[in-house]
Ligand binder design. Structure first.
Ligand SMILES: [Zn+2]
Length: 207
């Protein structure tokens, strides 16, 4: 190699190193998860630690878009990571806007370490997803700077999530228009509980 060529080669490898390091420490999807976690911590006034993201197409359940595994990392489908990075909002035929991508992001981060490993399954999914349904419109507005009017409950647990939303609204009933705020507060309280505390309440509610 001539001196000039060597110098160019050196500069190019240096550039590749810099670009590589920058990319690794700031993967866009990881930034999205970090941002969601810090927004949730502030909004819920309770620490919601961020998680390391791993992109994969092989899910524990074939319907899952994302899942928290025993290593406490967040496994996400690459196609959905892209939707999250692009802040995808969709409209139905009536023009009603929603964002399943934002809902998935919040849902996964709302799985608390203290419950997702201790009592995984239907109740954990129901409570976690109801919280994500409550919080997604505000998150999309405040963090993504976009507007949606509702968030869709999780497909596989949709009926359970809706039952929990209705039942908690009934149980929180007040004679004034605060009903919906009270219902959200009640759901938030249940979300923050231990597995056995949750079970005691949901047994009583027949959920
Ligand atoms: Zn889940």
């Amino acid at each position: 190699m001539g001196e000039e060529v060597k110098r160019i080669f050196f500069v190019l490898s240096l550039l590749a190193l810099l670009v590589g390091a920058g990319g690794a420490s700031a993967a866009p999807i990881q930034q999205e998860v970090d941002a969601a976690s810090s927004w949730l911590s502030g909004t819920l006034n309770s620490p919601v630690p961020t998680r390391e993201v791993v992109l994969t197409t092989s899910m524990w359940h074939p319907d899952n878009i994302g899942e928290i595994r025993a290593d406490n990392r967040l496994y996400l489908r690459p196609s959905w990571a892209k939707k999250i990075e692009r802040h995808v909002v969709t409209s139905d035929e009536l023009g009603t806007k929603t964002s399943y991508a934002a809902k998935v992001l919040l849902h996964e981060q709302l799985h608390r370490r203290e419950t997702v490993f201790q009592c995984p399954g239907r109740r954990e999914e129901m409570i976690t997803d109801a919280m994500a349904v409550d919080l997604t419109p505000a998150f999309v507005f405040q963090v993504w700077k976009k507007k949606i009017s509702w968030a869709q409950p999780a497909g596989r647990y949709e009926d359970d999530v809706i039952a929990f939303l209705y039942e908690s609204a009934d149980r929180a009933k007040t004679p004034n228009r605060e009903n919906s705020r009270k219902a959200r507060e009640l759901r938030r309280k249940i979300w923050a509980m231990s597995c056995s505390q949750r079970d005691a309440i949901l047994d009583r509610w027949g959920l």
